[in-house]
Ligand binder design. Sequence first.
Ligand SMILES: Cc1cc2nc3c(=O)[nH]c(=O)nc-3n(C[C@H](O)[C@H](O)[C@H](O)COP(=O)(O)O)c2cc1C
Length: 345
Amino acid sequence: MMLNELKIGDIRAKLPIVQGGMGIGVSLSNLAAAVANEGGIGTISGVQIGFREPDFLIDPVRANLRAIAKEIKKAREKTKGIIAMNFMAVMNNYELYVKKAVEEKIDLIVSGAGLPLALPKLVKGSNTKIVPIVSSAKAARIIIRSYLKSDRLPDALVVEGPLAGGHLGFKMDELLSNKSMALKDIVKEVKLLLKTFEEEYKVKIPVIAAGGIRTKEDILSLKEAGADGFQLSSLFVPTVECDAHENFKLSYINSSEEDIQIIKSPVGMPARAIKTNFLIEAEEKSKIKKCYKCMPNCNPSEIPYCISEGLLNAVEGRDGLVFSGVNLNVNKLSTVKEVINSLIG
Ligand SMILES: Cc1cc2nc3c(=O)[nH]c(=O)nc-3n(C[C@H](O)[C@H](O)[C@H](O)COP(=O)(O)O)c2cc1C
């Protein structure tokens, strides 16, 4: 299949495939570098990235800042390709972490789960590109209007549809009744919105479509809708290169479509995850033993379970919170190269 390279400012990805950020610890330097080595863009998740540092439980902020630098360095040692970093705008100390990644000369910051309005200020004076994640043209408009106040535009947009894994920018009832707008239609709306800004400011703002991309046909149909790039995450989990524990990968291989459900995340947003025992038990009885202080306004006595604990358990191979997109249909471990070949031939 012939696909054009993905141009984001002066960055050129030979392959318009972006591996989406997966926290906690699912996409670190190993997976990101493997995708970058294939000519795509690899994304390191910055969410609680310091979880393997010895002082993480005592001083998570310091551990996270140190780990941001370490993972970027490790990725650079493994690839000369393009590396992005993903941060959730809703997290505590978000600005501190983004600044650290910019200081370490990350190529792009990709950011959603909340409006990433501070990005222009955080990358000022650097060559780091800013790529907000949106799920509607309305959110894209709010972000663009805000960036223009700093004389800036986003360098690209990730448009994430309702079939993605992890947190979703859609209403719970619409997701449950399959009434959310389809990714293809959101891409068309966002392209239309961008056209006016692109003409006025003589720039090109590429759109990277994300959520539920599984086949060549999915890519072709999104290309037709106007997408310039294609972000995939779930398909990269059951690969040798993925940074998560083998048990995390196995839960992808062993789960069927009915096991993947919409849940209400403690973040306050709907999310898509595999129904693990952790989730079932959390609904019945929740006892939060430790607060990781990852989010503002989170009251451990009011939430069903601790999101950091769930994600950390999972990535380290214990029963926990395993985010996943729809329709996985994978029954064996593969490699990043195989996943990419199966998509673009
Ligand atoms: C295990 C997992 C963890 C994720 N974590 C994050 C995250 O930390 N930040 C984020 O912006 N998106 C996160 N996502 C969303 C993905 O980056 C991506 O946009 C989406 O899952 C793409 O859809 P796909 O998984 O169907 O390919 C996560 C997705 C998965 C499957």
